[in-house]
Design a protein. Structure first.
Lengths: 283, 271
């Protein structure tokens, strides 16, 4: 059970006057249960890559294998793929359409051909998982706050019970509190439901705390693909392509340059605090 | 997905046609249309085709790019042609069962197909070489005389330019919403008509909401910058006729005279 991306390239508006490179020779293997962060500045091809993973865009070159099957094969059931690889778009609240929150979340499972009862059970379950307040599930989705709308939209994808959940910039446009809530909820999904999660973001601070692996994109290709510790140790190169390491990385590097014997490969504020405390104790 | 529609899109490049004053292009397009309805023989159409071919060549817009946008209209063209083919009375050339095809019918069908193609290519040449802003500027200035009879020319022009500006944005938005619903397992292609119309609801509702939201935002932004209609409003780049525009008008006049004269001359008649 895994998703393998094999040397794919994609060009937007291929035969018009203005072709744009979307992806250039991207290869990626996504094993089960991993929590992956995909980072890159705006226009680096993150969203394009994500839309390939569930077959919304067909690569100009290369192939994608899901559970050992080529998704570009004739007769491959793309609808089924899309239920297994759930994609939550950027600003997903813009896709809400039904009269009630509950009806909207039922839309996905309904499309899978489940009967009404199953749909409703799944919708209810999904709304609970995203921490949506139960008393609001029969209100109109358009009356909700931004953060709540986003939860509903995420629940709409979760209700299809995907094996892999992709979230394209799920924190865009949220305030710090909304951001932390959404990220915490995603982490919980990964831990409790054992889902494979791909979290797209342009901010290292968003993903540093949570992910097992970071894929850095630049100009449509993969620039780095490694554990957070290794990726952040390249913080100088990251700056050259318009990104930055999390703030703690800078602090630890500055401390170590000042002669403090601290390890620089910490990724979270908590780890950094522990490391500094330990270092101070030893001296 | 929806980006294949080129009708009404601007094609960015440097050419004489692009640089022409929008009023020349607007009037030219209208006169070209009128000329198409004056012809009575194939010579007129031949001249129109040559004229259009030269304009396309000068505009540097790839012909294929232009034709791709016509796909949607081919159905209409074929349909009208067929209706004319079977419904025109005259000297029968072919008849089977209850259908007769007449010589006049064939000529009519071809004429209609040629005329519609010329109309479409003619208008797309204008929109492909003129930015929407330029186009509405041209309209506003060219139709200013209508203000005398209380036609709100500026307001109409402003509405048109906003509408034109929104077309690509809404297309992009539709594409996004469609993809988002496809990701939720939507099936837009199979089933009967009712099923398909029903499948459009999850796309249309968010699309309308987004269109209203954008319209509202734009109105607020315009008011915040003290927009109050056309009176006393000046332009950063006022339209001014150049020498090439005069040349274009002369060429246009020559085309009209020659094509309509030859296009109506009885010696070329074939009907
Ligand atoms: N629908 C589209 N049509 C044409 N070009 C596009 C489209 N979507 C994205 N692009 C282009 O593809 C490149 C990658 O975009 P995208 O994948 O959206 O980047 P990111 O999500 O990292 O910001 C950009 O140069 C962008 O302009
Ligand atoms: Mg993006």
């Amino acid at each position: 059970m895994s998703l393998i991306v094999d040397h794919i390239s994609y060009i937007y508006d291929k035969d018009s006057g203005l072709p744009t490179v979307g992806l250039k020779d991207v290869s990626l293997s996504i094993p089960d249960g991993q929590f992956i962060g995909v980072i890159g500045h705006t226009g680096s091809g993150k969203s394009t890559l994500m839309q390939h993973l569930n077959g919304l865009i067909k690569a100009t070159e290369g192939s994608i294998y899901f559970n050992g099957e080529d998704i570009y094969d004739k007769g491959y059931d793309l609808k089924k793929l899309r239920s297994k690889v759930g994609l939550v778009f950027q600003y997903p609240e813009h896709q809400l359409f039904a009269e009630t929150v509950f009806a909207d979340v039922c839309y996905g499972p309904g499309n899978l051909g489940l009967d009404k009862k199953d749909c409703e059970l799944r919708a209810y379950d999904a709304l609970r998982k995203v921490g949506f307040p139960e008393e609001l599930i029969f209100t109109s989705p358009f009356d909700l706050s931004g953060g709540q709308k986003r939860r509903v939209a995420i629940a709409g994808v979760l209700a299809m019970k995907p094996e892999i959940l992709i979230l394209d910039e799920p924190t865009a446009g949220l305030d710090p509190k909304g951001r932390d809530e959404i990220l915490g909820m995603i982490k919980e999904l990964q831990q409790k439901e054992k889902m494979t999660i791909i979290l797209v973001s342009h901010s290292m601070d968003d993903v540093a705390e949570y992910v097992d692996r970071i894929v850095v994109m630049n100009h449509g290709s993969i620039f780095l693909d490694n554990s957070p510790q290794v990726v952040f140790s390249h913080y100088k190169e990251l700056e050259e392509i318009g990104l930055s390491a999390p703030q703690v990385t800078y602090i630890m590097h500055a401390l170590s340059e000042q002669g403090f014997p601290v390890k620089c490969d910490v990724t979270t504020i908590q780890e950094a605090a522990d490391e500094i405390a330990a270092c101070l104790k030893n001296n | 997905m929806l980006r294949d529609i080129t009708l009404g899109q601007y094609y960015q490049t440097e050419s004489v046609i692009h640089r022409l004053d929008p009023r020349v292009k607007l009037l030219g397009t209208i006169l070209f249309f009128i000329s198409l309805f004056c012809f009575k023989n194939p010579v007129g159409y031949a001249i129109a085709i040559i004229f259009l071919a030269v304009v396309i060549f000068l505009s540097k817009v790839p012909f294929l790019f232009m034709v791709r946008g016509m796909k949607a209209i081919i159905f209409l063209m074929v349909f009208t042609s067929l209706v004319n083919l079977f419904a025109t009375k005259g000297d029968a050339v072919l008849s089977f069962w209850k259908i007769t095809i007449t010589r006049q019918g064939i000529i009519m069908a071809i004429t209609i197909a040629v005329r519609i193609s010329l109309l479409i290519i003619g208008s797309s040449i204008m929109t492909l070489t003129t930015t929407p802003n330029h186009l509405t500027d041209g309209m506003e200035k060219g139709l200013r005389f209508l203000k005398v009879i209380k036609v709100p020319v500026h307001e109409i022009a402003m509405m048109m330019s906003i509408a034109l500006r929104f077309i690509p944005i809404l297309l992009e938005e539709t594409d996004k919403i469609m993809k988002a619903q496809l990701a939720r397992g939507a099936d837009l292609e199979s089933g009967n008509v009712f099923k398909r119309v029903k499948a459009m609801v999850p796309i249309l509702v968010p699309l309308f909401i987004s269109a209203f939201r954008r319209a509202n935002d734009l109105a607020t932004a315009m008011e915040a910058r003290c927009y109050h209609g056309g009176d006393g409003r000046t332009k950063m780049k006022p339209l001014k006729y150049q020498k090439r525009d005069a040349v274009a008008y002369v060429i246009l006049a020559v085309y009209l005279l020659v094509s309509i004269f030859l296009g109506r001359l009885w010696i070329f008649d074939i009907m």
